[in-house]
Design a protein around this ligand. Sequence first.
Ligand SMILES: [Zn+2]
Ligand SMILES: [Zn+2]
Length: 135
Amino acid sequence: MTEKTLSPHCQKVLKALEKSASPLSAYELLEKLRAHGIKAPPTVYRALETLMQRGLVHRIESLNAFIACHHHADGSHTHSQFVVCRNFGNVEEVHDKQLSTSIRKIASSLKFQIEREILEIMGLCKNCSATARKV
Ligand SMILES: [Zn+2]
Ligand SMILES: [Zn+2]
C-alpha cells in the first residue's frame, strides 16, 4: 500500500507524525493540522484509524499517542514492540520475532485468543539515563 493511495487528510496526518520526533496525541495532531485545514477531531481520528489499519501509524497505548511507522517497507511487521522513554516520550520501535512467537505460544497454551498485542517497555533511553547518572 503506497502513500499515494491515501486521502489528503491521511497524508497530512502521516506527514505531521513523520516530522515529529516524539509521539503525538490526537489533540496535538489537531493543533498542528489546523493551519492545514483540518479542524474537526473526527477527521483526525478517522485518518488515524485508516493509517493504523494500513500499518503506517502505531498507537502507543501508554502515552495515548501515535507514531509514524518507519518499517512498513520491510513487510515483516504485524507485531511491533515499543521501547518508550518516560522523559520525553520518544519511542523506539523494534520487531523481535522470537518475542512474538513466545507470546503466541503462551496464548495457545492458555487457549487464549489474542485480539491486540501491546508490548511497551517504559524507562529511560540511552541519552536520558546518561544525563541522569551525571546529576
Ligand atoms: Zn511499525
Ligand atoms: Zn530519553
